[in-house]
Design a protein around this ligand. Structure first.
Ligand code: ADP
Ligand code: MG
Length: 211
């Protein structure tokens, strides 16, 4: 199993940023999932909290992003605003050596107007909670026609929090062709159902099982 970032064919800016962040070795979930994701396959990954899932999907998102273009490349859905902020913060650190990558957060409790203005500039990556993302989507304020990656982060918690209906609406509005990456700490029936509905031939990865 590949353990070092330099063994992955990552763009130089990402090798620089991970090294600046103090990452030397890949965590298990990163070593198992990144080669599969970078090859373009859907992934259904299960790994405990603190195992480095954000950088796993974050590096995959940034690797294929064309920051010279104005389009929304990826949508990351998280259960809470705190998690959305943490994910966006980590993505910004990973993207630090790339120029002008636009990452925005969308969640409730924040006035709509600022979010609407930001969406007009077509952020490259949107990180948000299902309720607010759905609201903007139904009002046609998010253009996802060129979206290439959907990430469900902490998918089990999104189900626990009752976001299934919002997720269904969002899924129905996405372009047909995109990579779908599902990250979860546990694997309840609801996750299997979502995976069957929205993923195509996913590679199932369980990092915890290695220990
Ligand atoms: P998870 O989402 O799996 O709960 P996070 O993605 O939040 O975990 O990562 C947990 C912590 O580990 C973060 O502080 C992150 O910066 C750090 N981290 C991630 N990948 C690595 C790595 N390869 N080497 C060292 N630290 C890492
Ligand atoms: Mg996480």
């Amino acid at each position: 199993m590949s353990k070092s970032f330099s063994q992955l064919a990552l763009r130089n800016e990402l090798l620089l940023s991970t090294s600046e962040m103090g990452y030397t070795e890949l965590t298990d979930i990163q070593a198992l999932s990144l080669p599969v994701m970078l090859a373009g396959q859907d992934v259904l990954a299960q790994a405990k909290t603190g195992s480095g899932k954000t950088a796993a999907f974050g590096l995959n998102l940034l690797q294929s992003l064309d920051e010279t273009k104005t389009y929304t490349h990826g949508l990351v859905l998280c259960p809470t605003r705190e998690l959305a902020d943490q994910v966006a913060e980590q993505l910004r650190l990973l993207a630090k050596k790339m120029s002008n990558v636009k990452i925005t957060t969308l969640y409730g409790g924040i006035p709509m107007n600022g979010q609407i203005a930001t969406l007009k500039h077509r952020p490259h990556i949107i990180v948000g909670t299902p309720g607010r993302v759905m609201d903007h989507m139904l009002k046609h304020r998010i253009s996802l026609k060129d979206m290439q990656q959907l990430v469900l982060d902490e998918a089990d918690r999104m189900l626990d929090m009752g976001f299934e209906d919002e997720l269904d609406v969002i899924f129905k509005h996405l372009p047909r062709e995109h990579q779908t990456l599902l990250f979860s700490a546990t694997y309840p029936d609801g996750i299997a159902r979502i995976s069957e509905t929205i993923q195509k031939d996913p590679q199932r990865i369980e990092a915890d099982a290695l220990h």
